[in-house]
Design a protein around this ligand. Structure first.
Ligand code: BTN
Length: 254
């Protein structure tokens, strides 16, 4: 079976053979999420998985880009069918817990969740998640900096971004992909809401910290108090007002 820039399809397929996933690996794409969203509009493709070794237009939340160089990261999208009443936010939060579990297991390093969709290890963002709706589907996109990029991270993200592993290890990207897919399927099918919510809260790296709520016209200082049961972030602004943030982004004050 073909391998692209070191990602072996056979290795992954052997590990996920008892799952309904239909795996495709491409070398260079614009954005696996964009491609998968277009596919969902054309027909049945639940549990289709598209992995790329490099993205030229990787997308993050809030219109940001996601740096996706070759040979160091994993960029993957999964098509999931949604029914009326399903909350797509739960796909992101399920995926965040699954990614944290898997990266922690493989690296031996504690993985934290920065509300709402980022995974941090050793104080650096190593993984981002972007779930997007597309007709009857949700497309779960996940980008993981498994190793450090050959030329390092670009200037504008180099203080925040990090890699899960300092040194390259054989088949580590394949293990990250297959272990995540297996873990996510288990959680997604069982929908073990209470356990996931509890773990999401325990892994939070924002609660108890001074934060900055990033607004479209201005930023506001606040203290993160808790993750609520609907995964909103409860924060206390400087003027004493308590707010429940259900979307948007915060940064943590260093
Ligand atoms: C974020 O950090 O705000 C989310 C980043 C999500 C990146 C992944 S990589 C695979 C998929 N394709 C994309 O264009 N984005 C997601």
């Amino acid at each position: 079976m073909l391998s692209f820039s070191g990602i072996s399809k056979k290795y992954i397929k052997d590990k996920i053979k008892d799952t309904p996933y239909n795996l495709e690996i491409k070398s260079v794409v614009t954005s696996t999420n964009t491609i998968m969203k277009n596919r969902t509009l054309k027909g049945e493709c639940e549990f289709s998985v598209l992995v790329a070794t490099k993205q030229t237009a990787g997308r993050g939340r809030m219109g940001r880009t996601f740096y996706s160089p070759a040979q160091s990261g994993v960029y993957m999208s999964v098509a999931l069918k949604v029914k009326d009443g399903d909350n797509p936010l739960l796909i992101t939060t399920d995926a965040a817990v699954c990614a944290a579990r898997v990266l922690e297991r493989l690296s031996g390093k504690k993985a934290y969740i920065k509300w709402v969709n980022d995974i941090y290890i050793d104080g650096k963002k190593v993984c981002g998640i972007l779930t997007e709706g597309a007709g009857n589907y949700a497309v779960l996109g996940i980008g993981i900096n498994v190793f450090n990029p050959q030329r390092g991270f670009p200037e504008d993200i180099k203080d925040r971004a990090g890699a899960v592993f300092e040194k390259k290890k054989a088949h580590m990207r394949e293990n990250v992909i297959s272990d995540f897919l297996i873990e996510f399927l288990r959680v997604y099918l069982k929908r073990d809401k209470d356990i996931i919510l509890k773990e999401y809260k325990e892994r939070s790296m924002v609660v108890g910290r001074e934060i900055i709520i990033l607004g479209s016209d201005r930023n506001e200082k606040a203290t993160a108090l808790a993750i609520a049961d609907d995964y909103s972030l409860v924060a206390k602004k400087e003027n004493g007002e308590i707010v429940n943030l259900s979307s948007g982004d915060v940064s943590i004050k260093i």
